[in-house]
Design a protein around this ligand. Structure first.
Ligand SMILES: Nc1ncnc2c1ncn2[C@@H]1O[C@H](COP(=O)(O)OP(=O)(O)OP(=O)(O)O)[C@@H](O)[C@H]1O
Length: 405
């Protein structure tokens, strides 16, 4: 319910009395109509009617005070109702969407929390993750502000910081299927995201960091919610189900802090993924690259859990298992309001050709049949036995390979 209210801009906490009236009217209209037509809904309709009917009388003298009281109890009722809905459906969305300054305050203070991004823009989400990581206070011995971030991205391929993108993705296919390309700030291999894939990012201190720690928890929580899932951890720290990979992980360690971020394939469109990570080249092309190569795995969806349920389940278990003294709050953030210059700068970096195409490891290719040897540094042809190719963008070379060879 909180989601519905917020999505329609009706949350009383943020939009005030006018929204409440509107919301109340909507409920009155719909519940009354149904009440007239179907008596079996009488009880629940009466409950809604009572819940959403203001209690004040309209005398001008008492009005403000009565309105305040009515509003408070109405808000309490709505909050209780939201909580019940949250508990019943495990929706995983919090009630509080942070403003930019609230985000800054909670990130820079010590303490544990869960944050869920409501944006599906991968540039925002990766920049937000980076903001949260760099601004979490430096750790002193024994201190750990464990934090958990969730985000879901629109269609995109995310390559690792140290990967050679031309070996990893088929740029033309990505474009034709409307997948964005991003180079993330952490290492690891290339993964594909869409709205059926949830990304979780667990932040902790460097001291306590262990690549397998958080996935062991996730597996324990999911398997105990449904033993049929039979999720397992493989040696590489990936989560697998019946031998298929359902989650891949990458890590970043810096400044006494570390994060482990991972994908979780729940109901992704795997058919659309096919071929995106299989670029094709001339048969005689040989690569020599110092970069990180992805380890190809067969993937599948978990299927029986949807993204909202996954986020709800992991958040709740995180709240229970990681609680120290006070309850761990759950916040939400959104690109339209929870944004600041640092996040915008990181988004610009992530979007820039410089970061996507002109960074990454140096590499060489050989085309034996054509007697061609090229060395590429920062996405540009740096050395070549055909001098006229030196200084060319490697992307241009590949796109027009026939005319250059
Ligand atoms: N959303 C996804 N979740 C899990 N595995 C995926 C996903 N998309 C693609 N894959 C598979 O994972 C392989 C890359 O795995 P690799 O271990 O190299 O990287 P990773 O470290 O798991 O990725 P990441 O670093 O983001 O988690 C791809 O070739 C593909 O087989």
């Amino acid at each position: 319910m909180s989601v519905i209210l917020r999505n329609f801009g009706l949350s009383p906490r943020y939009t005030g009395q006018r929204s409440l009236v509107c919301c109340t009217t909507l409920f009155h209209t719909s519940t009354k109509l149904r009440k007239d037509t179907d008596d079996k809904y009488h009880d629940i309709n009466s409950m809604y009617e009572n819940m959403f009917t203001p209690m004040y009388n309209h005398s001008p003298i008492n009005r403000r005070e009565s309105e305040d009281k009515a509003n408070t109890s109405l808000e309490d009722d709505i909050n209780d109702f939201n909580k019940d809905m949250h508990d019943i459906y495990n929706i995983g969305f919090s009630k509080e969407t942070l403003s930019a300054s609230q985000l800054k305050d909670i990130v820079k203070a010590k303490g544990r929390f869960v944050l869920q991004s409501l944006s599906t823009n991968p540039y925002y989400n990766l920049a937000l993750e980076n903001y949260m990581f760099t601004n979490t206070p430096k750790t002193k011995k024994g201190f750990d502000s464990c934090r958990l971030l969730f985000y879901i991205n629109n269609k995109c391929a995310v390559i690792g910081k140290n990967q050679n993108l031309w070996q990893e993705v088929d740029l033309a296919q990505l474009k034709s299927k409307n997948f964005k390309l991003l180079r993330r700030f952490s290492g690891g291999g290339t993964v594909l995201h869409d709205l059926g894939n949830v990304n979780y990012s667990f932040l902790t201190s460097r001291d306590k960091f262990d690549t397998k720690f958080f996935n062991k928890k996730v597996i324990e929580w999911l398997n105990s919610s449904n033993p049929e899932l039979k999720l397992e951890l493989n040696d590489r720290g990936d989560i697998i189900q019946n031998g298929f990979k359902v989650s891949g992980s990458a890590y970043k360690i810096a400044g006494g802090k570390a994060y482990h971020h991972a994908t979780m394939l729940l109901n992704s469109n795997l058919e659309q993924f096919s071929g995106l990570l299989e670029p094709s080249f001339p048969r005689d092309m040989e690569w020599e690259s110092s970069g990180v190569h992805s380890v190809k795995s067969k993937i599948k969806n978990i299927g029986t859990i949807n993204p909202g349920q996954f986020i709800g389940l992991v958040s709740e278990n995180f709240q229970k298992s990681f609680k120290v003294d006070k309850n761990i709050p759950i916040y939400a953030c959104d690109e339209s309001i929870t944004i600041n210059d640092e996040i915008k700068d990181a988004m610009n970096s992530l979007r820039s050709d410089n970061w996507k195409y002109f960074s990454g490891p140096k590499f060489s290719i050989k085309l034996k049949d054509k007697n061609l040897k090229i060395q590429v540094v920062k996405g540009m042809v740096y050395e070549c036995n055909k001098k006229k190719l030196i200084g060319l963008e490697f992307n241009d070379f590949l796109k027009n390979i026939d005319s250059y060879t």
